[in-house]
Design a protein around this ligand. Structure first.
Ligand code: AMP
Ligand code: ZN
Length: 138
């Protein structure tokens, strides 16, 4: 994918500060960090987002997140960590090559993910859950 910045980074044709590489997954520093130490974990295979990624590729990405998180915590002395993924523009996806954000969090850093929550009516939850269970079995 010649026009994909993450494919270019993976091919070392665009610069990035790598923290991890293996046969299937790379991780590098986000160039516009939301917090200090913000990293991206990216499969080498170009897939658009969560709708397209194969479970074994997603598992490989998650395994790197599990390995990287404590190292990032220790280096940054973060107070917490978010694992974050955006699929499609409405969710904030900007780079259309699947990736997960590993986002160190600091007490009082002011980030709010997510906002505007309200307690749902039980019937609403039941209706949605019923539809999802049926869709999974279709
Ligand atoms: P998303 O909104 O989930 O698609 O996130 C894309 C992320 O990629 C953003 O946090 C950007 O700051 C980051 N990003 C875009 N271009 C680069 C780049 N060349 N090197 C590192 N991170 C990048
Ligand atoms: Zn790509």
């Amino acid at each position: 994918m010649d026009d994909c910045i993450f494919c270019q980074i993976i091919a070392h044709k665009a610069p990035a500060e790598f923290v991890y590489e293996d046969d299937h997954v790379v991780a590098f520093m986000d160039i516009y960090p939301a917090t200090r130490g913000h990293c991206l974990i990216v499969p080498r295979q170009h897939v658009r987002n969560l709708y397209d990624v194969a479970p074994d590729v997603a598992a490989a990405v998650m395994a790197v997140a599990v390995r990287l998180a404590p190292a990032l915590r220790d280096v940054t002395r973060a107070d917490g960590m978010n694992l974050w993924q955006s699929s499609e523009s409405a969710a904030g996806q900007v780079v259309f090559h699947f990736h997960m954000h590993l986002l160190p969090r600091y007490a009082g850093d002011g980030l709010h993910v997510p906002g505007n929550r309200r307690r749902a009516a039980p019937a609403e939850l039941n209706g949605l859950a019923t539809d999802v269970r049926q869709r999974l079995m279709a």
